[in-house]
Design a protein around this ligand. Sequence first.
Ligand code: GLY
Length: 548
Amino acid sequence: MVKVFFVFLFSLIVVPSFAQPTQTQKIVVSGPSAHLVKAVKDVYRDGGNIFDAAVAGAFTLSVTHPYFVSLGCGGFALLKDQSGVQALDFRETAPSKVGSNFYVKSGLSPTKTGSAVGVPGFVAGLWAIHQKYGSLPWIDLLKPAIKLADRGFIVSGQWLKQTEDLSENFNLSGRRIFFHSDGTPYVPGEFIRQKKLKEALRLVSRKNKTLVYDGVIGQDIVKTVKANKGIMNVEDLRNYRVRWLKPVQFSFNGYKVYSMPLPSSGGIILNRASQLMEKKKLKKLSLYSVSELHLLGEVLSFSFRPRSQMGDLPDPSRYLKKWLSGTKLTKLSSRISLQKVTNLPVLKDTMPVRESNETTHFSIMNHLGEAVSMTLTLNGNFGSFVVTDKYGIVLNNQMDDFNTHPGKPNQFGLIQGRNNKVQTGRRPLSSMSPTIVEKNGKTVMVLGASGGPMIISSVLQTLYRYFINELNLDAAIQAPRIHHQFLPRALFVEKNRFSPVVLSLLRKRGHRVKVRDSIAKVYAVSKRKDGILEGAFDAREEGATGGF
Ligand code: GLY
């Protein structure tokens, strides 16, 4: 009876999650939750700027989406104000005592328990945005999140999907917070409160980031990591620093695209793909034709190939010249056949792309062209499944994005990439690709996605469908997608989105076609030629858009 009542209440209060595009004039946001959208709108309406709104929105996700985002996660952002576009890296860092052979020698896990946890950057990242761009007091930016943790919010279908049958994976603290006392998950329509997290957010709002990096919250993180077989120490947190970086820039059919540089592979691969598409005149081919899909797959495969050499390199300039050189890409493009798959040889030092999909993203822009594109991740769903005892913070398992077993042949019998080995102070290679697009200096699109390496393919295809095929924003996002990441040698296609005839013709061209339920989730906003701001999100997942 109580449940029925909650379900009824739920249907009255919560903005339903369906892919409903929005058109606005002053500010527009697209992201995974209606609570984020509300926080962004409220903060902006109350006199905050777009960066205040983004910080407030991100904090709400640490409450409502603890399977993707927490005070123990990390991320990347692209931020644009009147002075230009900056990239911010607040990704997790390897703890000082975890070296390149740590996982081989110790036999400990890079995916589960405290040994999987990288030093988190989430709060430091939001604090850095506030320091550089913020206009409202920090304390105000945490109010929406504190309210959600304190009063609770109604869980959605996605919550159930992310928790169902998983209670045994958590440590005791996690089980107590995210499940009923009998171990059953919360179901859509039920409220969940997080009192411990509320206290952490309240403390962070009163002080600043120092409590996480040099105070009681940090001690809670370290204590929990150590109690669960990890070896992080307080100095690791104290030494954590965000990095301001120059975004990767490239032109795309007359537009200027900014995306994430290393330690993300995203911007580099997008840049390569854009060059190859142009050299192969992809836009001459008709939408969804076998030739178009074939060529798109080959462009992606060729673009992903050097990912195995990427990593958090102190000086990547030598490599960047090699990966992005127009002359080299022209030569490479001549090896792409319009009729047959070309299986380029595997590069020395190759590792498989093996990343989790449980990431999320939101995009915001206003009528002034200011923009925030932010991707956040715990890596796996609920990260390491370790939740801190005192403050109920979910800890990431980002260490698994490093090459944790160097020298050992991977599942393809290949030796893994050297440049992504675990090293003190280094960050694991990522695919997260927050992106901003300009035309003549004016912001026209802000986008990003969740979905591990499929993020890159999906951002590329959204750009392509919108700017080249001229679909509207919603149609460009909902359009069927493919994915190729060089290894495995397979063309991934979305289930039920392509005709069997098309798939069989792709097989005839040599593609090993593999069907997936869906390929990533995109959240994007854009400015139309008539000045209207639009927001749309992927119907492949829950989400929300809004603005005014
Ligand atoms: N952990 C997913 C990514 O960083 O790409």
